[in-house]
Design a protein around this ligand. Sequence first.
Ligand code: NAP
Length: 534
Amino acid sequence: MKSNGLSLAATDHLQMSGREGLGRNPTLLCAPIMGQSVDQMLSEISKAKAGGADLVEVRLDYLNNFNPRQDLEILIKQSPLTTLITYRPKWEGGQYEGDETRRLDALRLAMELGANYIDVELQVAREFLSSISGRKPGNFKVIVSSHNYQNTPSIEDIANLVARIQATGADIVKIATTTLDITDVARIFEITVHSQVPIIGLVMGERGLISRLLCPKFGGYLTFGTIEAAIVSAPGQPTLKDLLGIYNFRQLGPDTKVFGIIGNPVGHSKSPILYNEAFKAVGFNGIYVPLLIDDIGKFFDVYSSSDFAGFSCTIPHKEAALKRCDEVDPVAKDIGAVNCIIRRPSDGKLIGYNTDYIGAITAIEDGLRGSHTTNNSSGSPLAGKLFVVIGAGGAGKALAYGATEKEARVVIANRTLDRAKEIAELIGGQAISLVELEDFHPENGMILANTTSIGMQPKVDLTPIPKRALSSYSLVFDAVYTPKMTRLLREAKESGATIVSGLEMFIGQAYEQYERFTHLPAPKELFREIMAKY
Ligand code: NAP
């Protein structure tokens, strides 16, 4: 690790927790415990141990009828994991509203009863630390914390805050801020990676998730993982299961390359599961994370280091990504959208590609070959077909381009007709409105491809075209893959069409991206096995 202070302290703890030598980093995994009774807390602590946590943060402020001596004795003595005791007051975002002396007395008692850590807020830290001066047991550490629920300050302000916390005599510094934009997290990484003292730096909120996932790479002392998705002590905490199972937390290190999916929303994406499991299977030193991004230009301006090596790109950034790349593959340029970006190691330039079109067109061709509708066995079964694309975004353009390449006659139907017209002009096709689409059946045996997000979770009852309009189509493809069986596909099947799921496109485009990310052949069978589980 970059900081000697961190390595030393964390190594101590790894010895205490018996986890020494199990992973590539010393960062600890802490489960917040927020039961309302001691029994509930003990049961949560058992779950945390079974879930792979190294320690638990016992939040005394969540207990009803807290009896300090009796309850702390039980919690600390009976906990099978090392304990961090926190008694967070309302004024720092916690639940406790009572007398300060009583609160700080309980923390002192926790120390005396054998807690491994206590957390005390910066505002009262100096006074508290002087009250225990000379009485601290050898293996006991004080975390001094500061929480900002509004924003993430400038790097200078954060550095000053760290210095103020250190000056109190803290063993471990904790800073938790709030994300307004994903670029806020970069400032916390900058602080933790260069810190000479053990430091916990976390950014709360959905846009701050990478501060928690990449904590071991950037030198954080610990991160929080919850025992259940709903039991969070701060917004944006992932589960222990995801940290250990999906994100391969123990194997991350300073040299781990970061990949991710750029989107908004991005929480539904199955890409992190797919790539991380494949990375793990072949021992590739990479992590693939969701990147909830509002402004792609700002993201690349801030995350410009070679640590951030490759990206998938989804709604609504595929067209903006093309403009932001330094170089764009000719096919992606023709399509007008980029769904895969590689940072070239030699000069750091961003190179954009489009792998959507290959994945989708191959899946549709396979669907046609497997069905009885094609009479063209040598060339592409799409040649000569009337191919209707719904949607004119990144995926729509890719499908329209790919089908034209295969000599299909392409019609684009879109909510915003002008966008459909733009593509039609580019590829020599026809543009229609969504209303016209409902009565569009110039011939039988047409192909339909939905490339809008209509029907995607959670709005699974929606469909882009009424069932009655589906009878002229011999094959219906839906780019949406969550759920795998959309309402559109279900109704198409009931209408007698061959159906092709967006999952096929997803797997196809993922092969291409994986090979660009890793320079290794994609484990195709493994991809299918992984996706079959979800
Ligand atoms: P995008 O660039 O944002 O384009 C979205 C398109 O959908 C636009 O044409 C938009 O119409 C239309 N649209 C969105 N909401 C609509 C609504 N409520 N009613 C009518 N039209 C609507 O997105 P994209 O990147 O092309 O992705 C589109 C879909 O494909 C997403 O669901 C994505 O998950 C899926 N996809 C799947 C894969 C896969 O591997 N299976 C790969 C890529 C994409 P306007 O032009 O009028 O705004």
